[in-house]
Design a protein around this ligand. Structure first.
Ligand SMILES: [Zn+2]
Length: 155
């Protein structure tokens, strides 16, 4: 028996939709489709978003603001409380650098995906390309890959 009202159902559906459009989820799904298996919520230092142990690889999906994506249009220090934000983002960047150094020293290969590469409609058109780039990297010997938006690359 269907006890869920129309309103409730559409609420649920939209909830599901918005959860599924989360960048991390899309990347995971895309990799899964290609046959990659991974761990999430791993205990690895720095809490990578996706861990592919078989490939010695970790993937971080970085929000451009919080992680201070320099040169990116999504990273602008607010006009008020400027000093606070500068210091906060600087701290985050330092922490990220520490995590990456540690992971590299521990033999992990690292992929950084900046959110500007996978957010928004234009970016979604390139989604398969991005998944392919990650896939190529995974089976390569390269230690490091960083993926940003096309607009960023044009700058
Ligand atoms: Zn960015």
């Amino acid at each position: 028996m269907d006890t869920v009202t129309k309103e409730k159902r559409s609420e649920m559906m939209s909830g599901i939709r918005s959860r599924n459009t989360k960048p991390e989820l899309l990347i995971r799904k895309g990799l899964f489709k290609l046959g990659y298996r991974y761990r999430i919520n791993s205990k690895i230092y720095g809490k990578p978003d996706i861990v592919l142990k078989k490939y010695n690889a970790v993937i971080f999906i970085h929000g451009c603001f919080w992680h201070g994506h320099i040169g990116c249009e999504n990273f602008k220090i607010p006009k008020s409380n400027t000093q606070f934000w500068v210091e906060k983002i600087e701290k985050n960047r330092d922490r990220d650098a520490g995590v990456l150094n540690y992971l590299r020293a521990s033999g992990w290969r690292i992929c950084i995906i900046w959110e500007c590469a996978i957010r928004g409609k234009t970016q979604m058109k390139n989604f398969d390309k991005i998944i392919n780039r990650i896939s190529k990297w995974l089976i390569s010997k390269r230690i490091w890959i960083e993926i940003t938006s096309d607009t960023y690359n044009k700058q």
